[in-house]
Ligand binder design. Structure first.
Ligand SMILES: Nc1ncnc2c1ncn2[C@@H]1O[C@H](COP(=O)(O)OP(=O)(O)O)[C@@H](O)[C@H]1O
Ligand SMILES: [Mg+2]
Length: 258
């Protein structure tokens, strides 16, 4: 039987033995301990872990908000550790990273379209092109009719759509989301997850931090974090069994017997 050739997976991001220590006056916190992982183009990966397990620290390493104590970051298969030094870190963040936060982080004095335009302004895109692209992304995410509204006039789901629009407008190869549905009700959570999976189907690489097993079922792959390490992983089968399996594994690591 002829097999259909599978195109090789393109590596977007690889962490090689990454560790992060926080030196405190009385003790040292090992927030990441020798983490190895590879993220491929067009994947949606969920990072699950208990509170304090190192999830946000990991996102900070990936987005060069903070630098590791040891280990190497590879971007598109190339050693990228020099990206941790300024001005490279700021340049990397504004060009390569989209970040969606749990509590939206919108600027309250700017309306929807101005909030969304920020990354393009930072990247010196001409204002005519900004207007076109902002309109396009607002229509794509179903928030065009809210374009003149300020954040406080929007619902939680609308705010998160604006935050996602802002995170993707400069077409970053890596979209990071730290608990993006943590502040939303169930229906709105479903809307936002549908939006993220639609983006992923269009080729967007997404890394999603969550402590909600239901949210993790939307990813292709789940990495389980505990105490600064990846202790387990699960490839979703896109079946009803996924939720129970993820929940079970999460319970196991939360108890600390993984
Ligand atoms: N800037 C910091 N200084 C000292 N300790 C920190 C700092 N950031 C995180 N930590 C510690 O590192 C560990 C991992 O934190 P974090 O990555 O925020 O966990 P999570 O996002 O999984 O809840 C925790 O013990 C936390 O207290
Ligand atoms: Mg966190």
């Amino acid at each position: 039987m002829n097999k259909i050739p599978v195109p090789p997976l393109k590596e977007v991001l690889r962490l090689d033995g990454m560790s992060k220590l926080f030196e405190q006056p009385t003790h040292t916190v090992n927030a990441l301990k020798n983490v190895h992982c590879t993220i491929y183009e067009g994947e949606m990966v969920a990072i699950m872990g208990t509170s304090g397990s190192g999830k946000s620290t990991l996102l900070n390493m990936i987005s060069a908000i903070d630098e590791p104590s040891s280990g190497t970051l590879y971007l598109f298969s190339e050693n990228a550790n020099d990206m941790y030094k300024e001005p490279n870190a700021s340049k990397f963040r504004k060009e390569q990273i989209g970040f969606v936060f749990q509590d939206f982080h919108l600027l309250k004095d700017l309306n929807v379209e101005d909030n969304i335009a920020i990354p393009l302004i930072l990247n010196d895109v001409p204002s005519k092109e900004i207007a076109i692209r902002v309109e396009q992304v607002m229509k794509q995410l179903g928030i065009y009719e809210w374009r003149k509204h300020r954040p406080q006039q929007l619902s939680g789901g609308q705010k998160q759509r604006v935050a996602i629009a802002r995170a993707i407008i400069h077409k970053p190869p890596i979209l990071l989301a730290d608990e993006p549905t943590g502040a939303l009700d169930v229906n709105t959570t479903n809307d936002i997850l549908k939006l993220l999976t639609d983006l992923q189907k269009q080729g967007q690489t997404v890394i999603l931090v969550t402590h909600d097993p239901y949210v993790a079922t939307f990813a292709g792959r789940v990495l389980f974090f505990h105490d600064g390490q990846i202790v387990d992983s699960y490839q979703n089968e896109q079946s009803l069994a996924d939720l129970d399996i993820i929940l079970e594994r999460f319970k196991t690591i939360s108890r600390g017997d993984a």
